[in-house]
Write a protein that binds this ligand. Structure first.
Ligand SMILES: Cc1cc2nc3c(=O)[nH]c(=O)nc-3n(C[C@H](O)[C@H](O)[C@H](O)COP(=O)(O)OP(=O)(O)OC[C@H]3O[C@@H](n4cnc5c(N)ncnc54)[C@H](O)[C@@H]3O)c2cc1C
Length: 355
């Protein structure tokens, strides 16, 4: 698609799911867009499981985060159509389970709170859980969350890359060290955990997470068709289907060193123990990949999306929900560039709110 040479120019720093979604939508809205990315190994978009978790990620009492994720989940349904990439969807429902009484009590508290905020959930007996998820260990009961599915994060990145190419986004592979060196009318900084290196005033901490990719050999039991999220003897573990196996995640602990990208043996051991207890048939799967990535966290758990000066918009700090939040973030960011800020979210997500 050709844009007039007089169209305004935009540089987007960061080609994860957030920056790619913004570049695509901005180019479609008429910005001559360049996307700059340097392919860091700990990019959350590469390692993520791709769950579109609203109830599964709900934090008891956090109304704003719940409203944001609920809206983001509706935007995903539109984005899949818009991208014309139905195959990125790998699951349409989620089943939540717990191993013991205390796991179930925690689960029930969050599920009841989510239901009181409009989430559709259904408590199901243990036998029903096992018929929906063959191969699951014995559980007394579970909770079905219809419509809370997952996408294949890497297929999403590929679909966004195609969509960007179709609307003429130029892609550059290098590290940006100074925003002032970018030749563009406007700049969006969407570089996830590394935002403070380019916009030092932003309060981003990092939470590291290990994740496993298991491949199914032909003789092994098939992967589940739903997302399975468990509280398992006090630890979270989840299994997310892929066409050729499952993604298993995830550990979570804060680190301060952005070079600390290697998976830790202890975290990987915990995940393997918990997941083969939860779904014993997975012992037959092949361990294809062990990865670790960074979740960029903000003090209130909500992302930073807004202007920091008249040339610069930031869109980062999406924590555990960047895949889910990407289409909504892109809409909000492009609205800011086009001087029509989103009425519902622009104040809540304003990067200056902690000043
Ligand atoms: C283990 C794990 C599991 C997760 N599971 C889920 C999930 O199931 N669902 C969900 O919604 N979210 C999940 N997340 C969170 C999600 O992955 C992140 O919130 C999301 O990836 C953030 O996307 P982003 O585009 O902002 O940042 P990133 O994906 O980190 O991308 C940032 C990009 O910017 C580039 N970059 C950085 N600095 C520069 C620079 N100076 N110059 C050029 N390029 C630069 C990097 O190379 C990188 O490609 C998970 C995260 C982890 C770690």
């Amino acid at each position: 698609m050709g844009l007039a040479p007089s169209s305004p120019t935009l540089a987007v720093v960061g080609g994860g799911v957030v920056g790619s979604a913004i570049a695509w939508r901005a180019a479609r809205a008429g910005w001559r867009t360049t996307l700059v990315d340097d392919g860091r190994a700990a990019s959350g978009s590469q390692v993520a499981a791709g769950m579109l978790g609203v109830v599964g990620e709900a934090r008891f009492g956090d109304d704003e985060a719940f409203a944001l994720t609920a809206e983001a989940s509706h935007r995903w349904a539109e984005a899949v159509e818009d991208l014309d990439a139905p195959d990125v969807v790998v699951a349409r429902d989620t089943v939540l389970v717990g191993a013991d009484r205390s796991d179930l009590a925690e689960l029930t508290a969050v599920v009841d709170w989510s239901a009181s905020h409009g989430a559709v959930v259904e408590t199901v007996a243990g036998s029903d859980v096992r018929s929906r998820v063959p191969g699951l260990a014995g559980v007394r009961r579970g909770v079905l969350v219809p419509g809370e599915g997952a996408v294949d994060n890497r297929a999403v990145l590929a679909a966004l890359s195609n969509a960007c190419a179709e609307v003429g986004v130029r892609v550059c592979r290098h590290t940006v060290t100074e925003l002032s060196a970018l030749d563009a009318d406007q700049v969006v900084v969407a570089n996830g955990a590394w935002l403070p290196a380019l916009v030092p005033s932003t309060p981003i901490r990092i939470e590291k997470g290990e994740v496993l990719r298991l491949r199914r050999p032909p003789t092994a039991p098939p992967p589940p068709t739903v997302v399975v999220r468990a509280r398992w003897h006090g630890r979270p573990v989840y299994v997310v289907p892929r066409p050729d196996g499952v993604v298993v995640g995830a550990t979570q602990y804060e680190v301060s060193d952005r070079h600390d990208t290697a998976p830790r043996a202890g975290g990987v051991g915990d995940l393997l123990r918990d997941v083969t207890d939860l779904m014993p048939g997975l012992v037959e799967y092949r361990l294809d990949e062990v990865g670790a990535g960074f979740r960029p966290l903000t003090p209130d758990g909500l992302p930073l999306v807004g202007r920091v000066d008249e040339r610069t918009v930031v869109a980062a700090g999406h924590g555990r929900g960047g895949i889910l939040l990407a289409p909504l973030t892109a809409d909000i960011a492009v609205g800011i560039l086009d001087d029509r800020p989103d009425e519902r979210w622009s104040q809540t997500l304003d990067p200056g709110r902690f000043a």
